[in-house]
Design a protein around this ligand. Structure first.
Ligand code: FES
Length: 163
C-alpha cells in the first residue's frame, strides 16, 4: 500500500491504495465519484475518460499512483456555479444520450477535443476524435451534433458536413 495525494475537482484528496489500483477505481471506490464509468476496463470503450492535468485520459489505463500530485477533473467537477458546462448543456439540448452509460466519458473527451482544436471543429474531425469512445445506443449522430453545438457555444467555429 502507498499513499497517493492529488487534487480532484479542485479539492485536495489522499488515500492509501495498492500499487495496482487504477485511477478509475480510486475515483469511484475511494472518493465515491461514480460518475466516471467502467465499461471495459481494457482501454477500449472510453466510459472512464477524465482529465489529468488538463488532458483527457482513460482512467482505466492509469494507476492511481501515476496521478499523484496531478490535477484531476471528473464529470462531477465540470459544472460550475450550479450551471451545466456548455458541453453538458449541448448533450441535453441535442439528445446526445440514451442510456447515458457512455455520456460522462463522451463529454470529458469532447471538452478536451474542443480545447485542443481551439474551438474549431468540423463533423469529420469530431467523428474521428471520438473513435476511442463507444456508444451502443445512439449511432453517434446526436452526440456529434451536441459537440458541434457546444463548440459554437464556446465561441468556436463548427461546421456540419452536408448529409
Ligand atoms: Fe476505460 Fe473502457 S473502462 S476504456
Amino acid at each position: 500500500m502507498s499513499k497517493v495525494e492529488m487534487t480532484v475537482n479542485g479539492r485536495s484528496v489522499s488515500g492509501d491504495v495498492e500499487d495496482r489500483t487504477l485511477l478509475v477505481h480510486f475515483l469511484r471506490e475511494h472518493l465515491g465519484l461514480t460518475g466516471t464509468h467502467v465499461g471495459c476496463d481494457t482501454s477500449q470503450c472510453g466510459a472512464c475518460v477524465v482529465h489529468v492535468d488538463g488532458k483527457a485520459v482513460k482512467s482505466c489505463t492509469m494507476l492511481a499512483a501515476q496521478a499523484a500530485r496531478a490535477e484531476v477533473t471528473t464529470i462531477e467537477g465540470l459544472a460550475a456555479g450550479g450551471e451545466l458546462h456548455p458541453v453538458q448543456a449541448a448533450f441535453k439540448e441535442h439528445h446526445g444520450l440514451q442510456c447515458g452509460f457512455c455520456t460522462p466519458g463522451m463529454i470529458m473527451a469532447a471538452v478536451d477535443m474542443i480545447n485542443r482544436h481551439s474551438g474549431k471543429l468540423d463533423e469529420k474531425t469530431v467523428r474521428a476524435e471520438l473513435e476511442g469512445n463507444i456508444c451502443r445506443c445512439t449511432g453517434y449522430h446526436n452526440i456529434v451534433k451536441a459537440v458541434l453545438a457546444a463548440t459554437e457555444q464556446m465561441g468556436g467555429a463548427a461546421k456540419v458536413a452536408a448529409e
